[in-house]
Design a binder for this molecule. Sequence first.
Ligand SMILES: Cc1cc2nc3c(=O)[nH]c(=O)nc-3n(C[C@H](O)[C@H](O)[C@H](O)COP(=O)(O)OP(=O)(O)OC[C@H]3O[C@@H](n4cnc5c(N)ncnc54)[C@H](O)[C@@H]3O)c2cc1C
Length: 450
Amino acid sequence: MLARFVLIGSGLAGGLLAAYLGRRGYDVDLYERRADPREGNIVAGRSINLALSTRGIHALQQLGIADKVLHHAIPMRGRMIHPAGIASGPIFAPYDVDPNKHINSIGRAALNTVVIEAAQRYPNVRVHFNHQCANVELDSATAQLLDTSDAEAAANPKLIEARGDAVIGVDGAFSAVRQSMHKKIKGFEYDESYLAHGYKELTIPPGPDGSWRMEKNALHIWPRKSFMMIALPNPDGSFTCTLFWEFEAPRSFATTKSDDDVRRFFDQEFPDAVPLMPTLLDDFRQNPTGSLVTIRCAPWFYKDKVALVGDAAHAVVPFYGQGMNAAFEDCVVLDECLAEFPDNREHAFAEYFRKRKENADALADLALGNFIEMRDKTASRAFRAKKKLDHLLEATLPGIYLPLYTMVTFTRIPYAEAARRARRQDQIVYTTLLAIMLIAALLLFRFITH
Ligand SMILES: Cc1cc2nc3c(=O)[nH]c(=O)nc-3n(C[C@H](O)[C@H](O)[C@H](O)COP(=O)(O)OP(=O)(O)OC[C@H]3O[C@@H](n4cnc5c(N)ncnc54)[C@H](O)[C@@H]3O)c2cc1C
């Protein structure tokens, strides 16, 4: 008989993993602390939309649901950079030399619904909303859950137990499953580090005719050196803006409290966006300020009993637009490992961890590095010149030279390998450029002195 899996968390990766396991014929019980997303359980002001790219699309394709998801998505072909000061208009920088390569803005709620429905296609998958995991007994693969699923239980939550052959924690960055592993496993490695910046979501509503009030097919960025705002389009004509700003600094979330302070800050920094944001002050006051955490831990499994997937194993900051894409890639790899070692689940978990850990660590570093690129470098001419050089080299050396962004976003080259290859490419390009400049200088010198 095939094993029974207890999954904790039906966010983006939880629903997808349940569908993968369901397809293999496993018995799956998926427990989620919130209500059904089809009843609107998405917390306002918490990354309403996300950039979906090649790795995530591949994972959806394996289950035949990519088209359904992309039907709700808006292609973004490049960055629309809004420089400081209203005098200069926005500048478009394509993501790739190939204009067909784009990332996709997708609503979290729509995506969550599609993956949960994909899981529910399988009669062997059961989804239980309003069940919060409090603890996992690792050796018996038993999750203890607070059940608030009906009115009586909501008033007086019941503690229930769900026992499987294995428990998988797909319960996000603050995973209860990981906490149970941390308590139980001797030598469990754990590191969490918070950025000095938080984020707040704001809205640009649609125009009166329901159209987009800025370029629709772009990811908009207002780079301001130590902070930035971005905006992603939604299908209803609106944009979700996210301000990434220091929590504590002379000018920061901490010091910008009154409506006048907020208005003054936005007028100074984002003058072209302010007229498009009629609900700015309400949004700023009402929406929470989220924190940005990187979590690294090891191992991601305990015997054949427990494993971690997605943010529960490796939360990263959002600046490469890859957290969800990486979480989806985890599901593909775990599914492949379980298929490769059907009679040895511990081996399958160990192999999954071996294949993914190095890549998750590489992504964490890339994501941190890209924050500096987005908030500071995108505004500079040197950065845009480097991007043009990247695209020129990619076009003249197809298949040989691939810019880092292209490898991360438009291929499934493992993150760690992409990072190594980009470092090697940069060394070669910069050494060659230096050599060309030296030869040119030498020739000029000889020409002048003869
Ligand atoms: C501002 C921001 C922007 C982002 N933009 C992008 C982007 O553009 N592209 C991208 O790829 N990634 C992006 N990400 C990252 C992405 O959101 C995460 O990587 C992704 O959601 C991880 O999926 P997950 O299923 O592992 O976790 P989650 O989506 O967080 O899901 C975890 C689920 O577990 C449930 N849960 C938690 N605790 C319990 C418990 N104790 N019991 C039961 N259920 C529980 C939660 O309610 C939730 O439903 C962004 C993140 C942020 C913060």
